[in-house]
Design a protein around this ligand. Structure first.
Ligand code: AMP
Length: 399
């Protein structure tokens, strides 16, 4: 059984075709520059080199069409026809309170995703276009929505409510939703498996440190708190997002810099975080190189970054009354041993103790705790696409 996983972003569509008999990735790729001149697909069929296919794609519908044509192409395709795709799993960013689990897509589900667009104006509409395109192009194939927010729906009101007038929650559903849920869930369950322990007996903090970044407290396999909020802007310092700050700063910047509210929010989303602090890049690889060259501003940016991650881990140890494991994942968490080390250096009081040699690892599962550690520290690479494919398989089997 093959499952196509689609992740429709604002100007890109990422895809993976996975054979669910053995979880083998048959093809992986990305449609880039959708709606612009020079749009192309970066396509990698299993066992072959990555190729760049120049294909005009004026919108997401054309992109999905191009993905299906590429997968079935006699030259560089991996299947003979679309009939070999049993189902499509769509990553959907915001499910608000409407979705606490993945679901088979129906007209009602699409309507609910549309309603949630208010909360994710860049992402949910793109996700819907992908869903609609698949419905037209493969009308007999089941489609499943897997939400970034669903895993966090187990949070209690005391964790998800902001200390605002309560009517804002009842009227506008302003509350913490959290994101990266598919990743946090996958990594937490994989951690328990890796350690040979029962997830129900574990308290885990997952640090998903990519370009976007969030921390999640997972008690007995359930999300009890997480650092992103109503939108992904809250929480950690990220590549370009500011994370937590005094809300009064918004008005202060607007007045001092003569910016509108929209312009300030744009600065907080796109010009802040590591990019804002370092004053030159949001890519952590650039920052790493600059630090190696003695750039003090880059080092300061990372000092801020490490402290914020460590503060969340400490807070979540309080939330769960202790932790068994702190786990690092995503681009930076999986690849940058310095970040893991610097964060863990703050956590000695909890019982975290790092073995530097074991910590020198990239993108593979590893328990890098030193002897005597009472809290495990691990790298567990995330795999959101596989998690989406598994959820999709489970749902279409049931229905
Ligand atoms: P993600 O959003 O998970 O794709 O992560 C993207 C971030 O991870 C980027 O800012 C990269 O700089 C960082 N990253 C990716 N690969 C590496 C690597 N090999 N070494 C250090 N940082 C990396």
């Amino acid at each position: 059984m093959n499952i196509l996983v689609l992740n429709c972003g604002s100007s890109s569509v990422k895809y993976q075709l996975i054979n669910m008999e053995n979880e083998d990735v048959l093809a992986i790729g990305i449609c880039d520059r959708i709606g612009f001149d020079g749009s192309f697909i970066g396509h990698k069929p299993k066992g072959h080199d990555k190729m760049k296919l120049q294909i005009p794609m004026k919108d997401h519908k054309e992109a999905v069409k191009a993905v299906l044509a590429t997968l079935t192409d006699p030259a560089h395709g991996v299947i003979d026809s679309m009939d070999e795709i049993a189902a499509v799993g769509h990553r959907v960013v915001h499910g608000a309170e409407a979705f606490s689990a993945s679901t088979i897509i129906t007209e009602e589900v699409k309507d609910a995703i549309k309603v949630c667009s208010d909360l994710a104006p860049l992402h949910n509409p793109a996700n819907l276009v992908g869903i609609n395109a698949c419905e037209v192009l493969m009308p007999n194939t089941k489609q499943v929505a897997v939400f970034d927010t669903a895993f966090h729906q187990t949070m209690e009101p005391k964790a998800y409510l902001y200390a605002l007038p309560y009517k804002y929650y009842t009227k506008h559903k302003i509350r913490k939703y959290g994101f990266h849920g598919t990743s946090h869930k996958y990594v937490a369950y994989r951690t328990a498996e890796f350690l040979g322990r029962n997830i129900e007996d574990m308290k885990i903090v997952v640090c998903h440190l990519g370009n976007g970044a969030s921390v999640c407290a997972i008690d007995g396999g359930k999300s009890v708190d997480t650092s992103m909020g109503l939108t992904p802007l809250e929480g950690l310092a990220m590549g370009t997002r500011c994370g937590d700050l005094d809300p009064a700063i918004v008005q202060f910047i607007a007045e001092k810099e003569g910016l509108t509210l929209d312009e300030v929010i744009n600065v907080l989303n796109k010009e802040s975080g590591i990019k804002g602090l370092s004053q030159f890049s949001s890519d952590f690889r650039d920052i790493e190189d600059a630090i190696a060259d003695g750039n003090k501003q880059a080092a300061l940016a990372m000092d801020v970054y490490h402290l914020k991650v460590a503060k969340y881990v400490g807070a979540y140890a309080a939330v769960m009354n202790g932790i068994d494991a702190v786990v690092f994942t995503a681009g930076l968490g999986e690849n940058n041993h310095e970040v893991r080390k610097e964060v863990c250096n703050y956590l000695g009081y909890l019982g975290v103790k790092v073995d530097d040699e074991l910590n020198h690892v990239r993108s593979m599962e590893r328990d890098f705790s030193a002897e005597g550690a009472t809290v495990r520290s691990l790298v567990i690479p995330t795999n959101e696409e596989l998690a989406i494919a598994r959820e999709t398989k489970q749902l279409i089997k049931k229905n």
